[in-house]
Design a protein around this ligand. Structure first.
Ligand SMILES: NC(=O)c1ccc[n+]([C@@H]2O[C@H](COP(=O)([O-])OP(=O)(O)OC[C@H]3O[C@@H](n4cnc5c(N)ncnc54)[C@H](OP(=O)(O)O)[C@@H]3O)[C@@H](O)[C@H]2O)c1
Length: 263
């Protein structure tokens, strides 16, 4: 895998997070990663951080790369990718642009271009991301195998129907912000009760990581995980009752509703 070359068209927050994850997990070496952006000076500065190759144009990226990752904003795709359409034939094209699905690419690109639409989240930077993939794509079996080999070391790959991409993207892409708010709130409470801020953040982060890992490794129902730490008349169940009184679950569901309403 170390020999495959990856090109990023657009080298902003998400592309850099993906590049960091791929390099950190030794999936691709930095000299096999090519990137372009609108502002070349800024690109050169960002590329230097990881040692990836800064290209002057998207056409240069496409020439150099076996796999081309489209990482510009969705409204920029027609302008940027449309101009390269024929050059993408023979490449594995991976889009991370939110809402730019298989059908939209089929209208934009020649039939011979093999592409898949995905939605990653920022923890991909540390090899613990989620990559939602539209289950409609036209990669060959071999190309899809390569795609999985590249991304499995840095993300959980989850396929979703086109109609589910939006909610899956919200659940995976927006909730790092909500979880960070939960981390802050827990740390505020911990500091209020005497812990240092740094110790509180370390404990909270490991608790969230560990709870997720416990589910992934054992598939224990979340209700059972909760029940296991709630002893009769104990302290935890008092906190659970307090969260219920304050509408914790309802507040979480409303936050997802708000994100999905896209207003
Ligand atoms: N951030 C997330 O959590 C997240 C999650 C899921 C999906 N996504 C998707 O990832 C994509 C990128 O998002 P982002 O947050 O990384 O945005 P971003 O930080 O604004 O990055 C956009 C990149 O596109 C470049 N660009 C703009 N016009 C270009 C052009 N004509 N040619 C080449 N490059 C050009 C920008 O260059 P300059 O900086 O020089 O202008 C920048 O490097 C979006 O489609 C978004 O839907 C993001």
């Amino acid at each position: 895998m170390n020999k495959i070359s990856i090109g990023f068209i657009g080298y902003g927050n998400m592309a850099q997070a993906m590049a960091k994850g791929l390099i950190k997990e030794n999936v691709v070496s930095p000299q096999n990663i090519y990137a372009c952006a609108r502002h070349y000076d800024k690109l050169v500065h960002n590329a230097k951080q990881l040692g990836v190759v800064a290209c002057e144009s998207a056409a240069d990226v496409v020439r150099a790369a076996d796999m081309v990752i489209i990482a510009v904003k969705p409204y920029q795709i027609e302008e940027v990718v449309g101009a390269l359409a024929h050059a993408l034939i023979g490449k594995i094209v991976v889009s991370v642009a939110a809402g730019y699905t298989f059908d939209k690419y089929e209208k934009l690109l020649p039939k011979e271009v093999h592409h898949i639409s995905t939605s990653p989240n920022t923890p991909i930077e540390v090899g613990a991301g989620i990559l939602i993939c539209e289950n409609r794509h036209n990669l060959s079996e071999e190309e899809y195998r390569i795609f999985c080999q590249i991304f499995e070391p840095i993300a959980l790959i989850e396929e979703a129907d086109t109609s589910q991409l939006s909610i899956a993207g919200t659940i995976c892409g927006c909730t790092p912000a909500y979880t960070a708010m939960y981390m802050e709130a827990l740390a505020d409470a911990a500091v209020k009760h005497g812990l240092t801020r740094q110790a509180a953040y370390r404990m909270v982060a490991q608790m969230i990581y560990g709870t997720g890992k416990l589910y992934l490794e054992t598939e224990t129902h979340p209700g059972i995980m909760k029940d296991r730490v709630c002893s009769p008349n104990g302290t935890t169940i008092k906190g659970v009752a307090s969260l219920e009184r304050d509408g914790f679950r309802g507040a979480v569901i409303s936050a997802i509703d708000a994100a999905e309403s896209k207003e």
